[in-house]
Design a protein around this ligand. Structure first.
Ligand SMILES: [Zn+2]
Ligand SMILES: [Zn+2]
Length: 162
């Protein structure tokens, strides 16, 4: 499976029984199959923290103007729910197979910081993602409300303990 963003070959990794395909040593994005997302409600918050230790290469640009094809369906283009240049984070979903492509590069950088700054920056990051980005989706649409619920679960899965 190829990275939809930088075309690197994705690497399979598991955290607490949840499988992700990760763009290791390149852009650091994650692909989650919908079957893995459905398991998230039974998994402890923070159980996926380990996935954030992915090695990311400097200078690999993920926010390109071109659209990203789904790594699974290949021809279907991913729908972008939201992105933030400032927080180096992007959330896309495939309309066909419902899988998620997540770039959480900003979060991966924060977890490398020292204690006090890390705590502050993590709080800021999650406030922006939860209260602005996810809440800013069109939740009146049942499909988007369902996606928003899954995106919340993904970020809770990745969120480290403070
Ligand atoms: Zn990549
Ligand atoms: Zn797909």
């Amino acid at each position: 499976m190829k990275c939809p963003s930088c075309e690197n070959e994705l690497t399979q990794r598991k955290a607490s029984g949840i499988q992700a395909n990760i763009c290791q040593n390149s852009c650091g994005g994650f692909w989650f199959h919908i079957s893995q997302i459905r398991k998230l409600e039974h998994v402890k918050p923070g159980a996926g923290y380990d996935l954030l230790t992915v090695e990311i290469a400097d200078g690999v640009k993920t926010y390109r103007d071109s659209v990203h094809p789904c790594p699974q369906c290949k021809t279907t283009l991913l729908y972008r729910h939201f992105f933030s240049r400032k927080y180096d984070t992007e959330v896309n979903q495939c309309a066909k197979c419902s899988g998620f492509w997540i770039d959480a590069g900003g979060l991966a950088k924060i977890v490398q910081l020292k204690n006090k700054e890390k705590k502050m920056r993590l709080e800021e990051y999650f406030t922006v993602i939860m209260d602005e980005k996810i809440s800013g989706m069109n939740l009146a649409s049942p499909d988007l409300a369902e996606s928003a619920k899954m995106i919340t679960q993904i970020f809770k899965f990745l969120k480290p303990e403070l």
